[in-house]
Design a protein around this ligand. Structure first.
Ligand code: F6P
Length: 463
């Protein structure tokens, strides 16, 4: 029987669609994945298979920004078990060094398999013969193998935007063999850093007895990037409209603006950052009157109790610090629990003397790359966690262990006191790195590798 085929020669497959309809406008979905992939998908007139972000949503496929959006429906029970449960309360913490304890549930696993199967069926129905199918991230690790069975004619790439954990941690997963086999259905398997490639390879060898590079499969690091030219253009626009000056004036014209921009997530180290700044105010190393910390915390995964608890703790901490140090001139910490359009984010970058990208664990941390791209020619200091993928490339940042409060405090103090010549040299070097390794080059490299493999050569591991 010949398999059912569709019309798309290039498909992006991700948990979320790139945007959702809100009232009468389209709004971009949250997170780095969408920011990274939307321009690539538009350039290739891709079909994009994903969830709309709303339970029981029956939206039909439609065209948007040069792509075809192909929704996959998730029931309310699947949102709880697959998305909030298995993806974000099992895999997410496990892959981020157990930043909080992962929870293992058989019913979540059942639901996760069902949802991955629905995505695979949508791929099988939408892909043209011989199509390139690019599957993304930890929510869809079973999809490559399922697609391989349904459509052996297509080339399948998988890219993991988050870290892949050391085998000692990964081995805790009761369904570790199934997840590895799911991934091995892909012809090209990409990770952010070399360390992730090594962890994945070690897991395949130790737990399955399979070398993942066997049979011509490509397993590589493809560090994801940002659209540097686009950010430069937005920075120019923001300056033309005096937005950075306006932001600083609204903050009371402080001497120093520190900035953190993160999804409100345990991995981002927001609490650790706040506590380090509090200690600097306590000891007088930083002046709470002339220093402002702006913490933008983008709402995320709010139905999950652990995320709600984190929000409450962050907000208590901000309240306590401001209670101690705020004067009539305003609060030392400006906490903004909301999402901003990217144009406004760029204006915040320009208003900030120092960016604190101090995640406890991060696949890449695109905020760090965006900041240095926006600051080209303008100076500014990046304090960057050694546990963010970006630390492999942005070596001129002040690289720090965010778990070490003394070290974090020292790095922030050093950033604030850095003389402008030194700051300029560092930012220019990092901005050049980001401009050289563009988003476009990242996608081209992955897709060229995908083009180079022959799909028929792979044996499908047992499901
Ligand atoms: O890669 C991290 C990630 O989970 C992406 O898949 C997504 O873009 C982002 O974080 C936002 O998460 P969510 O889709 O759960 O809101």
């Amino acid at each position: 029987m010949s398999p059912q085929t569709g019309r798309h020669s290039f498909l992006v497959v991700a948990n979320r669609l790139p945007c959702r309809r809100a009232a009468d406008a389209w709004r971009a979905s949250p997170g780095g994945l969408v920011a990274t992939l939307a321009p690539v998908a538009t350039r290739h007139s891709a079909g994009w298979i994903g969830w709309s972000g709303i339970a029981d949503d029956d939206t039909d496929p439609g065209e948007h920004a040069g792509m075809t959006l192909i929704p996959v429906r998730l029931s309310a029970a699947e949102v709880t078990a697959h998305y909030e449960g298995f993806a974000n309360s099992t895999i997410w913490p496990l892959y981020h060094d157990n930043v909080i304890a992962p929870r293992f549930s058989r019913s979540w696993w059942e639901s996760h398999q069902q949802v991955n199967r629905r995505f695979a069926e949508a791929v099988a129905a939408s892909a043209a013969p011989g199509a390139r199918v690019w599957v993304h991230d930890y929510q869809l690790q079973l999809v490559p193998q399922m697609v391989r069975r349904l459509r052996p004619d297509v080339r399948i790439g998988f890219f993991c935007h988050i870290p892949f954990p050391p085998v000692g941690l990964f081995a805790q997963l009761p369904w570790r063999a199934e997840v590895l086999s799911g991934l091995l259905g892909a012809d090209v398997i990409g990770f952010q850093r070399r360390a992730d490639v090594e962890n994945f390879t070690a897991a395949c060898i130790r737990l399955l007895g399979i070398d993942p590079r066997a049979e011509g499969r490509i397993v590589e690091a493809y560090p994801v990037s940002v659209d540097s030219a686009h950010i430069t253009a937005l920075a120019r626009d923001a300056e033309r409209q005096d937005e950075p000056e306006r932001i600083r004036a609204d903050l009371g014209d402080p001497q120093t603006v520190l900035l953190g921009i993160d999804r409100l997530d345990h991995t981002k180290g927001i609490l650790e950052r706040l506590l380090a700044v509090e200690e600097l105010f306590d000891t007088g190393a930083l002046d709470p009157v002339t220093t402002r910390l702006v913490q933008i915390a983008v709402p995320s995964r709010e139905a999950i109790p652990a995320y709600r608890d984190l929000r409450a703790e962050v907000e208590r901490t901000v309240g306590r610090i401001n209670g101690k140090f705020a004067g009539l001139g305003g609060a030392s910490i400006h906490y903004l629990h909301r999402d901003y359009p990217f144009e406004s984010v760029v204006a915040w970058y320009l208003a900030a003397d120092v960016l604190l990208a101090t995640s406890l664990r991060d696949g890449m941390n695109l905020v760090a790359k965006e900041y240095v791209a926006a600051r080209r020619g303008r100076g500014g200091v990046l304090v960057l966690s050694e546990f963010a993928g970006a630390a492999d490339e942005l070596t001129e940042a002040l690289i720090v262990n965010p778990h070490d409060r003394d070290a974090l405090g020292a790095a922030i103090t050093r950033a604030v006191r850095m003389e402008s010549g030194g700051a300029h040299t560092r930012i220019e070097a990092m901005a050049a790195t980001v401009a050289d390794r563009s988003l476009c080059a990242w996608a081209t490299r992955f897709l060229d590798d995908l083009e180079s493999v022959s799909p028929a050569a792979l044996t499908v591991p047992p499901e």
